[in-house]
Design a protein around this ligand. Sequence first.
Ligand code: NOJ
Ligand code: CA
Length: 535
Amino acid sequence: MADYLWWKHGVIYQIYPRSFQDSNGDGIGDLQGVIERLDYLNDGTEQSLGIDAIWFSPTFPSPMADFGYDVSDYEDVHPDFGDLATMDRLIAEAHKRGIRVILDFVPNHSSSQHPWFLESRSSQESSRRDWYIWRDAKPEGSPPNNWIAAFGGPAWEWDQPTQQYYLHSFLKEQPDLNWRNPQVEERMHEVLRFWMRRGVDGFRIDVMDRVVKDPELRDNPPQTNPRYRALAQTAMQVHQYDQNWPDIIDVVRGIRKVVDEFPERMTVGEVGGPPEQIVKYYGTDGHDGLHLAFNFPFVRVRQRHWTAEHMRRVVDAFEGALTPGAWPNHVFGNHDVGRFVSRVNDDGRGQERARVAALLLLTLRGTPFIYYGEEIGMEDGDVPEELLQDPARFFAPGRDPERTPMQWTRSGDFTSGTPWLPYSNLRCNVADEMQDPKSLLALYRRLIWFRRGSNALRFGEYKPLDNLPPSVFAYTRTDGDERLLTVLNFANEHVRFALPDGIRIVEMVIGTHGELPTAEEIPLAGNEGRLLRLS
Ligand code: NOJ
Ligand code: CA
């Protein structure tokens, strides 16, 4: 059917570089460490996880005010992680194993220590003044508008020496670049080319939805966002003028053009809003915008959302909003949200649910994203107050719990030194789960390798079934003669039901509870899922 494209039909694995593998004992993960662990990710055999690409959270020089999302040189590697030569080796070693490399492109803001900003800040007459967003104070001295920064407080910082405010949508150490200045746009395009020439296969684009704002910088509406529930102050505001501004699509198109100068490269953007808003970033029929825009609702799933109805609604809303050429994607976790297992663990059944989530993630239509450690069921770390690291910590306890070191063995084995964050529960670890055919890791491996050989799962049509018990979400995936059925029970109790007419099961392919017999009538235990072959 469809031509194979790695970013559409493969599995993407996110690595938080500080936390995957340390190679020199300083307690901080690094690129050499990743190289040493590549065989775990894909050595070409079913012993390995079998992923197709790695997305690395930022690896660039940075004062680490936001752990790399404050870049001070877009075209180098942070010494904690290695150097350009290590990155080149990593790219080569990954490619040898058929693994593509996606870097994190942070276009909205640089570090306040980036030479561009230092120059911009040096005087109002600086030739780079307009590379960032500077404005006079209001007559009474207050900031130019009422925008709230994502990490709280006003989005404007007063610069005493040059008597103006600069805009920072995140920390004050992360000044917003001015993409309305063509020099900035051109220079940032060069950054993309720099990495693609070195063999990088794609970019995850940070806060794509804020890269340009209302040119008049008008106040956001004064009313509190009616959907405001979170602790985060920024969520109080309706971001009418500083997020999803209409001409942002022109910036996206510009980036796409550059990426298209190189064969088989891709972009995946971080954007917010309802599905109808998100799909706009794919451009016209998915051809001139982002290749993928994150479909985020699963990263917000908590136990109360763990219902067949909710999960189906999320899938169908995105499927329904996509234009014909645009491709879906699914993601359960990342470095900004609590670990999936911990989010659905109020009654202690988080690990069971992780198995159902794996079956869902890897049998839906669309690119699956796996956050490192998700495949072994890593849980939120319990990081004591005095060891917390995340600067955006008014979200107490911040984002450290989901950034703890990868758990390779019962004693961790992420570093020979002291890890930069303590380990989470080491009961889940690669070494033990490798030995255990019933482990979550074994389930992930089987699903990923099965998916690799299944056109129905990679390309096939998705069709949800109706008239099932309320706790069941089931859908078929079909490509030609290959017909598969996924059935998932979201309740804790078991359920038994007959399949709709015309559906005949041939065999059970993979189940969360092991190899159970197949029958016309499906009995599903609590939190059980099955992938079945149909005639
Ligand atoms: C989104 C990233 O995922 C997050 O970790 C970061 O703090 C902000 N963007 C700012 O770059
Ligand atoms: Ca290290």
